[in-house]
Ligand binder design. Structure first.
Ligand code: ADP
Ligand code: ZN
Length: 287
């Protein structure tokens, strides 16, 4: 018997199965098209295995409120076919086993908390900086959810004095995702982030925004570890710049671990999300 995991991203789904020790014994990457087509391939993959449970970490927004009639649905996404789709229901209908359901970033936070760079910490916040910005957190050993799941990417930030870009979030002015996710960098400079490596001002501005986010998460949640993942964080010069901007902003008002140990890269590299899904699958068996 195995654990199954679905890291459901807006671009691709990664599915994996593991043994009891959470060693991944098989995995597949599937393009996210329309639900029927994508899930057909998900089923083909999992049908080969006898599964104890499945953990899903999904792109959002999703409904995680167990009292809601649309619990388990993807909600207001613009992705064709996925809006109001009963994702959890579709998986449960196919496999009559326990299924854990949370956001992709909550799953990644859980993976880092249990097995990654936060494994010796009491709490952990995980932020992905990619096509969008999203954050998840583990507090008291559980992923943080309330009436809904956190939407940490849409935090309001102060505009950098040299920034003339409007941001791409259709909902908010001056929101972190709109000003600092990968597409904002591309729109501001006319080139993708990976082509701008040597442009120091690009990363200083990026750090200015991300540090504001982290300062606000610190003030509201006081996590013990902040793990930063996603495509944009592949720029290695960013982490030290973020720490330094954070230091300037916070002015030592609140205590944290040393910033080198506080604001860190994922210990599980690109496997934080899928590992978290496997661990949540195992927890769901015991629930
Ligand atoms: P997703 O968010 O879709 O899951 P990623 O985390 O890979 O995917 O994020 C994709 C975004 O990250 C794109 O906007 C891309 O331009 C940017 N990106 C990817 N690699 C790099 C890099 N090496 N440097 C800067 N930006 C990058
Ligand atoms: Zn926004």
């Amino acid at each position: 018997m195995y654990y199954g995991a679905i890291e459901a991203g807006g671009t691709k789904f990664v599915c994996a199965v593991s043994n009891d020790q959470f060693d991944i014994i098989d995995r597949v990457s599937i393009a996210t098209t329309v639900p029927d087509e994508t899930l057909d391939q998900v089923f083909t993959f999992f049908d080969e295995y006898s599964l104890k449970s499945i953990g899903i970490g999904s792109f959002g927004p999703i409904d995680v409120n167990k009292n809601s009639s649309t619990y388990g649905h993807v909600t207001t996404t613009p992705k064709p076919g996925w809006r109001n789709f009963d994702f959890l229901g579709a998986i449960k209908k196919r496999y009559h086993i326990p299924v854990a359901w949370t956001t992709d970033v909550n799953a990644a936070a859980y993976g880092e908390y249990k097995r990654g760079n936060a494994k010796n910490s009491e709490s952990c916040l995980y932020l992905t900086v990619g096509t969008g910005i999203g954050g998840g957190a583990v507090v008291n050993g559980r992923v943080l959810e309330g009436y809904g799941h956190p939407e940490m990417g849409h935090l309001f930030v102060r505009l950098h004095p040299d920034d003339t870009y409007q941001g791409f979030c259709p909902y908010h002015e001056n929101c972190l995702e709109g000003l600092a996710a990968g597409p904002a960098i591309e729109a501001r400079y006319g080139k993708k982030g990976d082509q701008l490596e040597k442009e120091d001002h690009v990363w200083k501005m990026e750090a200015h925004y991300l540090a504001q986010g982290i300062a606000n998460y610190t003030l509201t949640l006081r996590p013990e570890k902040v793990v930063l993942g996603g495509g944009v964080m592949k720029q290695k010069q960013l982490l030290p710049l973020i720490r330094s901007e954070y230091r300037n902003l916070m002015k030592e008002y609140v205590s944290t671990p040393d910033l080198e140990d506080y604001i860190v890269a994922p210990g599980l590299k690109d496997n934080a999300g899928i590992t978290g899904c496997l661990l949540l699958a195992a927890e769901e068996c015991e629930a």
